[in-house]
Design a binder for this molecule. Structure first.
Ligand code: NDP
Length: 332
């Protein structure tokens, strides 16, 4: 992390690829920890919030200038001084954006095995944090009933595409928006009853025709949230998962907050980490087999090379990624 961005992060300035550091893989002291070769890294929208000045408080710690970024990742253990972990095991959790990492313990990591039908990348996407977000947030807050109408923004994205499919399995009519015609095609393929490109079609027109809505899964905030509130039923549930339209240029205030009480709306903000204890086992039991069987479909945008991380961070913030953004650092 090299410089705090003013708006969108700039590859090569906000973050730089530093090749000056080396590591002696055979002799570096582990001090009771693990030496990990990083295989795959997840690039997520929330990382923009960590590219900030340290005095600004938020729910995630800031990245430290001059140090490596960190994020969700999977690696293979090369050497271990941790009881129960052996060379060749795979670990998933928070990893530094480096080719090799020395982890002091398993505290931020779990040993994980993959199904032979799924690549490791999937365990950072629908079988990982983003799938957990969709499944856990929906189960906890949607109160979904068969026949209701749900609206999902960023419905072609990593979280949104899983929400869309879970809502369809629950028997709802699903309206979904995304920012390109290619993404609209994908949303239809995975079951959206109504899919539209919000850049070329007015969200209000769609919701006026296809709503009113009972559930809104919000990934974007801003004017889309305003429109969802306008076309929501009484007692509707709003699941505030994210507001990416505000991450780079500031959040837009809600236009008509009075709707919250006049429509008796239930607005639930959440962070996935707070739901893992309750839903972790159910998520694995219910979602992983459907990923293996192909019942749940997903898209990945896989980029090769650690040096590309800055470009991928920007792509996610600009919305040019199609599916879960992953950087492959090394093959096994
Ligand atoms: P995505 O794969 O959906 O990628 C981000 C997408 O956001 C882009 O592809 C783009 O899609 C859309 N986007 C970007 N800028 C804008 C904009 N200005 N207005 C509207 N849409 C925009 O990312 P994820 O699935 O990983 O994350 C989706 C949301 O979920 C984010 O808001 C994220 O912060 C949130 N999240 C929340 C968690 C929690 O615990 N609460 C955990 C994980 C994610 P398009 O082309 O459709 O515009």
């Amino acid at each position: 992390f090299n410089a705090i961005p003013q708006d969108f992060p700039i590859p090569g300035k906000t973050t730089v690829y530093d090749t000056t550091q080396t590591i002696d893989l055979d002799n570096v002291p582990l001090n009771g920890g693990l030496l990990i070769k990083v295989l795959v890294l997840s690039v997520d929208p929330y990382m923009r919030g960590r590219l900030r000045a340290p005095e600004i408080k938020s729910y995630t710690p800031p990245f430290i200038l001059g140090e490596s970024l960190t994020g969700g990742g999977i690696g293979v253990v090369l050497r271990s001084e941790v009881a129960g972990v052996e060379a060749g095991n795979h670990v998933r959790g928070m990893l530094a954006h480096q080719e090799y990492v020395i982890a002091p313990s398993l505290a931020m990591l779990e040993v994980i095995e993959r199904d032979p039908k799924l690549d490791w990348t999937v365990y950072l996407g629908p079988a990982g944090m983003v799938g957990e977000t969709a499944y856990m947030g929906w189960r906890e807050y949607s109160g979904a009933k068969k026949g209701e109408v749900a609206f999902v923004s960023t419905g072609a994205g990593a979280v949104g595409s899983m929400v869309l499919q879970i809502a369809k399995q629950d028997g709802l009519k699903v309206i979904a928006s995304a920012g390109s015609d290619e993404k609209v095609k994908f949303m239809k393929e995975i079951g959206a009853d109504v899919a539209f490109n919000y850049k070329t079609t007015d969200v209000r027109e769609v919701l006026a025709k296809e709503g009113p809505i009972d559930i809104y899964w919000d990934n974007v905030g801003g004017s889309t949230l305003d429109a969802a509130m306008e076309f929501a039923n009484d007692h509707s549930r709003f699941i505030e998962c994210g507001q990416i339209s505000g991450y780079n240029n500031g959040y837009q205030p809600i236009s008509n907050p009075g709707l919250i009480f006049s429509k008796c709306m239930h607005i639930h903000g959440f962070l996935v980490g707070n739901l893992r204890t309750k839903y972790g086992a159910k998520f694995r039991a219910e979602v992983w087999p459907k990923l293996v069987s192909g019942e749940f479909k997903f898209k990945e945008e896989v980029t090769r090379g650690l040096e590309k991380v800055g470009d991928v961070i920007l792509a996610v913030q600009k919305g040019t990624n199609t599916g879960k953004a992953i950087v492959v650092v090394a093959e096994e």
